[in-house]
Design a protein around this ligand. Structure first.
Ligand code: NI
Length: 137
């Protein structure tokens, strides 16, 4: 049992958001509301922590995009060449006629990987971009 000091605070959120939260995350995980919010906050803090200490990390970046969009594939290739020093490998899957999924495995200083992720975010037309910092070296 943790000796962490607990505090109580109040927040203001849309009613519909709370209902949806309670009917999905909170109920599925069979936790009380406080524990559910604590877990989400811990997860957020841990996902942001890697940026604050510039250490070597592994990160997996997954993007989904429409390869028919003008300029998108050219900019995507350019961003990968510009950041080639942190890319270990990438895997490309053609999901359907127009949609591609690319998974890029990176290793490097968090600052450099963050720079690469920001470059990807700047490319218009990417449908989704997710990343996961897998390990701190
Ligand atoms: Ni493709």
């Amino acid at each position: 049992m943790s000796n962490e000091k607990l505090i109580r605070f109040s927040i203001t959120i849309p009613e519909d958001l709370l209902k949806e939260f309670e009917s999905s995350y909170y109920t599925e995980n069979r936790e009380n509301r406080s524990e559910a919010v604590r877990n989400l906050m811990r997860s957020y803090v841990s996902s942001e922590r890697w940026k604050n200490n510039n250490r070597e990390v592994f990160a997996t970046i997954t993007i989904v995009y429409d390869h028919h969009l003008p300029e998108l594939t050219r900019k995507l290739t350019a961003a990968q060449h510009d950041n080639g020093d942190v890319i270990i490998c990438s895997q490309h899957v053609h999901l359907n006629h127009e949609t591609c999924l690319e998974c890029i495995i990176t290793k490097g200083l968090s600052e450099d990987i963050e720079k690469f992720i920001e470059a990807l975010k700047d490319i218009r037309g990417i449908k989704s971009l997710n990343f996961n910092v897998s390990a701190e070296i």
